[in-house]
Design a binder for this molecule. Structure first.
Ligand code: F0G
Length: 433
């Protein structure tokens, strides 16, 4: 039988328990205070030890205890850059805008930071098979870590609704890849049944170890900001594991004394895959309003998010909000991020599109510091990008009319005769435009 991650009495997911963790005044993690932790983590940046070179395991004091670490499976995840976004800042109407680029992880998405932890525990516990349902990135990440750790992996993805570049990753890393004739939520339902019947370890984001690993992005960000939290963090919402993990990290950092104020963490969803937005607007966060999800940002095409309750609690605790954006707004924002020299996948671009709205509403002030969490790499969905720049992304869809406003950002390839004259003419025209 697979590992059941839920409490048989209340049905809630198990939380990870830490050795040495105290929640009373004078916070200490495994016997260490904030000053010591900062020094220790900083020192490890120049270490040559394998675990220290991982941007996740470097922070192992806030991770579940893996003993001496010999079961750890690492691809040197984390250590992702924090970029400024000057052009996007102007477009959105804020002075200080940054991107924490989680797409620069080894398999091209933030999933690796959680996967290194959860896969390591699966290996420690002797599992031969690990499994997930995915919109693409989780499967790519899981397949890589399983392969690296000598385990087999089973991937369930919705047929025709996952970008082929992510599918290609899972195949190359040797996953048993099943394309089911359903959507992500359907894949999740099937997987939940499979883990009850077969000895496979569930590696979806409901896995508590994954959330623990994903916390490290927040710590790394704080370190990059000199241990002062930004005012706002905007993150895409799909299954809502990532937003919950980031919120948990900041709350813990505050408790430990690493920061004195929390950032407001806001979750942005695609208009057609907006269960959290609707849940908050229609039930005040009390009951999930599930939807049948439709969006070209396939990574977040999720209508029945597993971690919605955690996300609602996280928004309340940090004072964040939620907003929705259309696929046209996503495509435009993605090209604007691109124009700052930073590539990301469509799901990541919801953050900039959402920021524009939150600035207009006055929720984000122009002098506040904002960080967008870019969750995936540009090359995760090259077809979306190519079709956008060629101008046919929205052709034949109901968004065709609205798509006009993205024209100024489109840079389709130009086919020319092989002559210097033709190229010089193209240059002159571009100069005038
Ligand atoms: N951005 C990207 C690029 C993603 O792949 C995902 C989720 C999200 C944002 C949303 O994160 O689910 O933690 O709220 N992708 C999952 C997958 C569902 O299967 O790869 P979340």
């Amino acid at each position: 039988m697979g590992r059941d991650l839920r409490c048989p009495k209340c049905g809630d997911l198990f939380e990870v328990v830490y050795p040495g963790w105290k929640t009373s005044a004078g916070m200490r993690v495994a016997g260490l205070d904030a000053v010591t932790l900062k020094a220790l983590w900083s020192e490890r940046r120049t270490s040559r030890a394998t675990l220290d070179q991982s941007g996740v395991w470097r922070f192992r004091e806030i991770l579940p205890d893996l003993g001496d670490g010999h079961h750890a499976i690492t691809l040197f995840e984390g250590n992702t850059p924090l970029h400024t976004l000057p052009l996007c800042a102007r477009v959105a109407g804020v002075w200080n805008l940054f991107a924490k680029h989680q797409g620069m992880n080894p398999t091209g998405s933030f999933k690796d930071t959680g996967m290194t932890v959860a896969a390591s525990f699966a290996r420690r516990d002797g599992f031969r098979w690990v499994a997930c349902a995915s919109t693409g990135n989780t499967s790519a990440s899981m397949a890589a870590y399983a392969a690296r750790g000598g385990m087999h992996s089973l991937v369930l993805i919705p047929e025709g609704k996952v970008s082929w570049s992510k599918l290609a990753q899972a195949l190359d890393y040797g996953a048993l890849t099943c394309q089911l004739r359903t959507d992500f939520d359907g894949c999740m339902r099937v997987l939940n049944e499979v883990v009850q019947r077969m000895p496979v370890y569930l590696l979806n984001s409901v896995n508590p170890y994954r959330l623990e690993g994903q916390k490290t992005a927040a710590i790394e960000l704080l370190e990059q900001f000199g241990w002062r939290a930004p005012d706002h963090i905007l993150v895409p919402g799909g299954n809502m594991g990532n937003s919950s993990a980031l919120g948990k990290a900041f709350l813990e950092m505050k408790e430990i004394g690493l920061i004195s104020a929390l950032p407001k963490i806001s979750i942005i969803q695609a208009e057609g895959a907006n269960p959290l937005v609707r849940t908050l607007r229609e039930t005040g966060g009390k009951e999930l309003v599930a939807v049948e999800a439709h969006t070209m940002a396939t990574a977040i095409r999720i209508g029945h998010p597993a971690s919605w309750k955690k996300a609602v609690r996280m928004l309340a605790a940090t004072g964040g909000t939620t907003e929705q954006v259309s696929d046209v707004e996503i495509a435009l924002a993605k090209a604007e991020i691109g124009a700052d020299g930073i590539g990301c996948e469509p799901a990541s671009a919801v953050t900039l599109a959402g920021l524009k709205k939150l600035v207009k509403q006055g929720f984000v002030k122009e002098n506040e510091t904002v960080v967008l969490v870019l969750t995936g790499h540009l090359l995760k969905d090259p077809e979306f990008t190519l079709r956008f720049h060629r101008g046919d992304l929205f052709a034949g869809t109901e968004l065709e009319g609205e798509a006009g406003k993205t024209k100024g950002r489109q840079r389709g390839p130009i086919v020319l005769d092989a002559s210097a004259d033709a190229v010089v003419k193209a240059l002159e025209q571009a100069e005038k435009a």
